[in-house]
Design a protein. Structure first.
Length: 366
């Protein structure tokens, strides 16, 4: 267990963490949520040993990390916002440097570097200079540094910032592998749609205090009952699908219909479903063509909403697609529509394309 007891940290006379307490059990994947400057980054920095609180203490398995000294920090892997690379070093030299700092023996170092690069799918870059690496590989390289010593706790400050959806999914897959091997994870991150089912617990921070902590479903349900966050779904969909216009397979993308205001949780679920449906279109609809069209339509009824994702592709056998290893697959999409949105899913497919339509009820914001 990671136990924060009455932590307080001040900067320029203002408390960044104010008598903060939290007992995080082993095995969590915990997301820190809240507005900017609420103390989330400072909390992670304190746990990593980068900043000692004026009052309070942090315990791991009942022992103060400050009493254990540097041995305690070997229990933590810390991935800050600033990468701090050494551009003139090769990847293997960069990792060797930090393994030496962790006082890891030479024979084990090579094996551990191989293991980490294989996990990150970066074996091809082992002998490459860091300054010459593709930009999209750098967050993964930095994650590798944080897990070199096989920490019990991985602390990550905005690890998905400026990442594409594909890169976020890759990062989440790596983190799930680490979690399965026993690593507990705390992340300061917004809740992106593809993170549904990944995060186990949520901590909401406000003014440096622990406002709410618990399993993600319980915290979201409680928060929405007290103070619903509302999102304009039409604007969100237009923004989300903007990236498709750069895809060579897509000739035209259109988003039209009625604007709908939803709670954040429902909007996230809708965005996840739409994303998976669009990905299915990209993968299957245009496989024998150079380009095609995708249309998203939102319709508002008296007590329900309809969202349609339509393409002009080749159509498909939905029995085969539902069993395919493509994203969530239509079976899981159907499950999300029915269980999370309490709606229905309808599929029409043929030689002129595919139309997938789902409905759900949701009261509008007042």
């Amino acid at each position: 267990m990671l136990d924060f007891q009455n932590i307080s940290i001040q900067r320029k006379g203002k408390k960044v963490l104010d008598d903060f307490s939290l007992k995080a059990p082993d095995g969590v994947i915990l997301a820190l949520l809240g507005e900017d400057k609420e103390g989330k980054s400072t909390l992670l920095k304190a746990a990593s040993g980068g900043e000692k609180p004026e009052t309070g203490d942090i315990y791991i398995d009942g022992i103060s990390i400050y009493e254990k000294g540097e041995n305690a920090y070997c229990n933590f892997g810390y991935m800050s916002k600033e990468y701090g690379f050494y551009s003139l070093l090769k990847v293997e030299e960069y990792y060797e440097l930090f393994l030496a700092l962790y006082k890891v023996g030479g024979r084990y170092r090579s094996r551990r570097i191989e293991e980490v690069l294989e996990l990150l799918d970066m074996k091809e870059y082992e002998g490459a200079f860091i300054g010459e690496l593709p930009a999209e590989t750098l967050p993964f390289l930095y994650l590798g540094k944080a897990i070199l010593q096989e920490p019990e706790w991985l602390l990550m400050d905005e690890p998905f910032d400026n990442m594409s959806v594909t890169a976020r999914r890759k990062m989440i897959g790596i983190l799930l592998t680490l979690h399965e091997k026993g690593t507990s994870i705390i992340l300061n991150t917004p809740m992106y749609p593809e993170m549904m089912g990944f995060i186990t617990d949520v901590l909401v921070m406000e003014s440096g205090k622990n406002l709410t902590f618990g399993p993600v479903e319980e915290v979201y349900a409680e928060a929405l009952c007290k103070s619903p966050v509302r999102m304009h779904i039409l604007a969100q969909m237009e923004k989300a699908l903007e990236v498709l216009k750069e895809n060579p397979l897509v000739d035209r993308v259109t988003v039209d219909g009625d604007d709908v205001i939803l709670t954040e949780t429902t909007a996230s679920t809708v965005a996840l479903i739409v994303n998976e449906l669009v990905q299915n279109s990209l993968k299957y609809a245009f496989k024998d063509r150079k380009q095609g069209q995708i249309r998203l339509k939102i319709e508002k009824g008296a007590s329900y909403f309809w969202i349609t994702v339509q393409d002009d592709g080749c159509g498909f056998d939905n029995k085969k697609i539902s069993r395919a290893n493509s994203g969530l697959g239509l079976r899981l999409i159907s499950s999300l529509v029915q269980s999370s949105l309490k709606g229905e899913l309808f599929i029409e497919t043929g030689e002129n394309g595919t139309s997938i339509r789902f409905s759900f009820s949701m009261p509008q914001a007042g």
